[in-house]
Unconditional design. Structure first.
Length: 193
């Protein structure tokens, strides 16, 4: 009985050594990494002053986004400052002020290590001319400083979804008085390391 068990084990040793390189090759070929793309879209709430008083008026918006995306293969930390100089206020609440636009995209494929950290820190701009002009100057709250008149609340998590670019995770920054939303969509794009 022991002799048969020993023979079976000895017969499996060459098979086990033969499959080991095959498993390493399959594992190396199947290593998936990721790179991220971040898109932005700006909209107004239905009760926003720009929608109720300035339909069709021209305006401009700019904002600052703090971005930290670090991995072993790729490191990025900085402030992104997109601006949109020629915006027309839509005639309805369901239409965005700024269409979805690419804000940032990684060029290097890297290990999976979570999502980049993005925070909208300020939003500024204006709409209309003359007496009806609306100025927008929203910042987020800081410890030890009075709450700003038009507070910007960043990091509101939205439901994840998918669109023509793929799966995304969405976050919103919203202004209290001007009632504008800055939506950030983070797309994890699969790639091979």
């Amino acid at each position: 009985m022991r002799f048969r068990t020993l023979c079976r084990l000895l017969a499996l040793v060459p098979v086990g050594f033969g499959l080991a390189p095959l498993g390493q090759a399959l594992g190396a070929a199947a290593e998936l990494g990721v790179r991220h793309r971040i898109d932005v879209m700006v909209s107004a709430e239905p009760d926003a002053p720009v929608l109720s008083r300035l339909k069709g008026a021209k305006g401009e918006l700019s904002f600052t986004v703090r971005l930290s995306a670090n991995s072993k293969e790729s490191k990025f930390f900085g402030m992104l400052r997109p601006s949109f100089p020629d915006i027309a206020v839509p005639d309805g609440a369901g239409k965005p002020l700024v269409q979805q636009t690419k804000l940032w995209e990684e060029e290097v494929c890297h290990q999976r290590r979570g999502l980049p950290k993005v925070t909208v820190t300020q939003l500024g701009g204006h709409f209309g001319e003359g007496e009806g002009r609306i100025e927008i100057s929203a910042i987020n709250r800081h410890i030890g400083v009075l709450v700003p008149p038009d507070e910007l609340t960043p990091g509101i998590k939205l439901d994840q979804g998918s669109d023509s670019f793929g799966l995304f995770f969405a976050f919103r920054a919203q202004t209290r008085n001007s009632r504008l939303n800055v939506d950030l969509k983070i797309y994890p794009i699969d790639c091979f390391l």
